[in-house]
Design a protein around this ligand. Structure first.
Ligand SMILES: [Zn+2]
Length: 227
């Protein structure tokens, strides 16, 4: 059985139907998951994040299942000028190597920015791209996209725009803590982990609460070593 299968999707921008690949669940079990949920796959296994962003071959608009159907006023015109007018027909519906995966995520980040998608959606895209760079040992790019993810999740937290998505406030706080810690912003990380420890709904998410307590200690230790 092939690890990948084709599905048909509809471009929410131009209406074109096109084919894109997906990874079968049992072929995408990571052998290791980092403290910020970055999955690692064995050589030869398929990384589902390579196929997370769907790219319309006709117009160049890139999106994920988390995008809303709504295009705020003026954004369709902006996408036309900035993406579609520049687009030369290109296929992302085949097996993607790491460069193609990176390109697809960058296109989705650009599309999401022009479309004014939720900050939590943009944060998720930036974080996935950072993870791919991590598995490629490209530290500078990994950091660049972790910083962008941190900014987006901070906006998402402040404006509660993660509401109505699969993310809870506690999960957003944990991601903020981990991104801050990995970027060396230790006191900020500690303050986010502390917010989880004091959160009124912490006992509804005991696994994250445990992880936050553990990462709080890891951060405090790193902070001591740093000074
Ligand atoms: Zn399209």
């Amino acid at each position: 059985m092939n690890a990948l299968y084709a599905t048909k999707v509809n471009c929410p921008y131009c209406g074109n139907d096109f084919q894109t690949l997906r990874v079968r669940y049992r072929h995408s079990i990571p052998y290791k998951i980092d403290s910020d949920f970055c999955p690692h796959y064995k050589e030869g296994d398929s990384n589902p994040h390579f196929y997370y962003a769907k790219v319309c071959p006709e117009c160049g608009f890139a999106f994920t299942e988390e995008f809303s159907d709504n295009f705020p006023l003026g954004t369709k015109e902006l996408i036309k000028v900035k993406i579609t007018a520049e687009w030369r027909k290109k296929e992302f519906g085949q097996v993607r190597d790491v460069e193609k995966a990176i390109e697809s995520l960058k296109l989705a980040i650009y599309s999401a920015t022009l479309k004014r998608e939720k900050h939590s959606v943009l944060g998720g895209l930036c974080m996935r791209l950072a993870w791919i760079y991590r598995t490629e040992n490209r530290q500078e790019e990994e950091e660049r996209f972790m910083k962008l993810a941190l900014q987006e999740y901070e906006e998402s937290y402040v404006h509660s725009d993660f509401k109505g998505t699969s993310l809870s406030e506690i999960r957003v706080l944990f991601i903020l803590g981990e991104l801050s810690r990995r970027l060396g912003q230790f006191s900020k990380a500690i303050s986010y982990f502390s917010k989880i420890a004091e959160h009124p709904r912490r006992y509804e998410e005991t696994k994250i609460l445990e992880m936050a307590r553990k990462q709080w200690r890891v951060t405090a230790e790193q902070n001591r070593e740093h000074h």
